[in-house]
Ligand binder design. Structure first.
Ligand code: GAL
Length: 349
């Protein structure tokens, strides 16, 4: 604080703010120094405008030679809900869903907000006082629509529903249709999986996070059907990321420990609705036992490369969620099993 004759002044405050801005700018690397030519797991990742990518709990859509990254916008102060005492309910206002595009999975262009949150009605699913997490998008060839599913919740996660939105363009804007509990079942951490025959599934932590379920979606992908399976029964798993290799389904998940990291496990199955078997930890190298201090969110099949996948995870900063980062690592099959390898710096070929 600057004082003139012992009193703080408007001029003094202005100088203080300028000094503060200069100090912060000097401490942060410039966009050029961020060097978005490479993936640096766990480090700040800049978009085409030099701003940190804000797309957490994300997923990738590949459409017409372009990758689209959708994720949760986390912005503003993290607070902890005092009423919730059984677990650490750290949260930021629901920020909606952002969208970025890329041709090489390294340089990402910001395309704007795919789904905006709302502010006027606290009973609305998309209200900033609620929870909008883990958005995933798939394209429906029959309807020509892009369909987004996401986890919709109340601040204390008691709502446990899956929300759905549609758009005619990959980047949106998406029109929100509402939320459901598929077949009356709870739905929290979720993902989407589109199979080779065009059928699509919603995969979600259910039964109070004890059991994961997979539910076949209707032909237009907008509704759950009555066909569903209990896939990881009493396993207490969340953060699902599903992929397919050699006609087999794989599902990487985490244990339910809130924003804190834990060991990832992969399960596999010949049929998506089960039975599934737990195969062990796909991560190797340093910090594999905490999934490199991160939590799974998606596995990207690299186009044109049969045995090249990218494991996408979030390194949550639970007391300052907007400064959470991303851990993207190569995933390959070795001797019939998926293996994730740590890299400080890398890029997909
Ligand atoms: C995690 C979950 C995150 C978020 C968080 C809230 O377990 O994977 O997506 O919901 O809990 O505490």
């Amino acid at each position: 604080m600057l004082y003139i004759y012992g009193q703080p002044t408007v001029f003094g405050n202005l100088v203080k703010h300028l000094l503060c801005i200069i100090a912060i700018s000097a401490a942060l690397p410039s966009p050029a120094q961020w060097d978005n030519d490479w993936i640096r797991p766990g480090k700040i990742w800049a978009d085409d405008q030099g701003r940190p990518i804000n797309a957490h709990g994300g997923g990738i859509l590949y459409y017409q030679n372009t990758y689209y990254w959708f994720g949760e916008v986390k912005k503003g102060k993290t607070t902890r809900a005092a009423e919730v005492t059984s677990w650490e309910d750290y949260r930021v206002s629901a920020g909606g869903v952002s969208c970025y595009s890329s041709h090489d999975l390294t340089h990402w262009k910001y395309l704007g907000m795919a789904l905006l949150p709302t502010t006027k009605d606290s009973s609305g699913d998309l209200d900033t006082s609620r929870v909008i997490e883990r958005p995933k998008v798939i394209y429906n060839e029959r309807t020509g629509q892009f369909v987004m599913w996401m986890h919709i919740d109340k601040y204390d996660y008691s709502f446990a529903r899956a929300g759905v939105a549609v758009s005619n363009r990959p980047q949106g804007p998406y029109h929100y249709l509402g939320s459901v509990r598929p077949n009356g079942q709870m739905s929290r951490d979720m993902t989407l999986f589109q199979d080779d025959d065009g059928s699509a599934f919603l995969i979600y932590s259910s039964e109070d996070n004890q059991t994961m379920q997979a539910c076949l979606l209707s032909d237009d992908y907008l509704k759950p059907t009555a066909t569903f399976g209990r896939i990881l029964v009493d396993a207490n798993r969340e953060a699902p990321a599903m992929f397919k290799f050699n006609h087999k389904y794989y599902l990487i998940t985490s244990l339910c420990t809130g924003w804190d990291p834990n060991r990832a496990l992969v399960a596999s199955a010949d049929s998506l609705l089960g039975p599934w078997t737990m195969d062990g930890d796909p991560c190797t190298g340093p910090d594999a036992d905490s999934t490199y201090h991160a939590q799974s969110t998606f596995v990207i099949p690299v186009e044109g490369k049969e045995n090249d996948f990218i494991f996408m995870a979030d390194r949550w900063n639970k007391t300052d969620l907007q400064h959470s980062t991303y851990v993207w690592l190569p995933l390959h099959f070795e001797k019939g099993s998926p293996v994730i390898t740590w890299k400080n710096v890398w890029k997909p070929e």
